[in-house]
Design a protein around this ligand. Structure first.
Ligand code: GRF
Length: 200
């Protein structure tokens, strides 16, 4: 069975969508491990509840121990590789990963971003889209899942969906609607990545 490593930094609702999809059989795969860079991420609790190995590798403590950021990436890659994943999913993972990590899993790392391709890279994408709507600059935002390259929130797009912003809705309402789309798209993207390639 295909093995997925999921990297989280916070709530882990997208991890939960993957756990639910593997449990229901919608996704023919197992979550092999959950790695967090934050010891307080609720995603760790979700993993433990599902009986899945959950490991914390905190950047700050690694740097405090005298290691470099590049060494952190290498340590993280070693940790993830130890679970022998077929696919690495960044699901709300908030650290930028360099080639030291990415080169260890060529074309096997995907990321979820709560905006359309090329829009609002980096953090607070929903907040910035909501502000841009308020300023009359955009009418819609969206969600994408893409293969990870060193450039942040860029790389070949696997799935994307537009989310119109509704006149008068609160930012919290927009966030909730975007998260719903994310929970669906992350499963579709993983299915797509794990689908056997057909040869002609
Ligand atoms: C998601 O909106 C993701 O796209 C963003 O961070 C959020 C993480 O949510 N980068 P969760 O931890 O999966 O609930």
């Amino acid at each position: 069975m295909n093995r997925i490593a999921v990297l989280v930094s916070g709530n882990g609702s997208n991890l939960q969508a993957l756990l639910d999809a593997t449990a229901s059989g919608q996704l023919d795969a197992e979550v092999a491990c959950v790695i967090s860079n934050s010891p307080t991420a609720f995603g760790l609790t979700r993993a433990e509840r599902a009986g899945i190995p959950a490991v914390v590798l905190e950047l700050r403590s690694v740097l405090t121990d005298g290691h470099t950021r590049a060494e952190y990436d290498a340590m993280l890659a070693d940790l993830v590789a130890g679970f022998d994943p077929d696919l690495v999913v960044l699901a709300g993972w908030m650290l930028i990963l360099g080639t030291g990590f990415l080169s260890r899993f060529p074309d096997r790392v995907i990321n979820l971003h709560p905006a359309l391709p090329g829009m609002f890279p980096g953090t607070h994408a929903i907040e910035r889209a909501y502000a841009a709507f308020g300023a009359g600059e955009i009418e819609a935002t969206g969600v994408m899942v893409h293969r990870v390259i060193p450039e942040v929130d860029a790389g070949p797009v696997l799935v994307t969906e537009t989310v119109p912003i509704l006149e008068g809705e609160s930012r919290a309402d927009l966030e909730a609607r975007i998260h719903e789309v994310e929970h669906r798209l992350i499963v579709t993207a993983v299915q797509q990545m794990l689908a056997p390639t057909t040869t002609h």
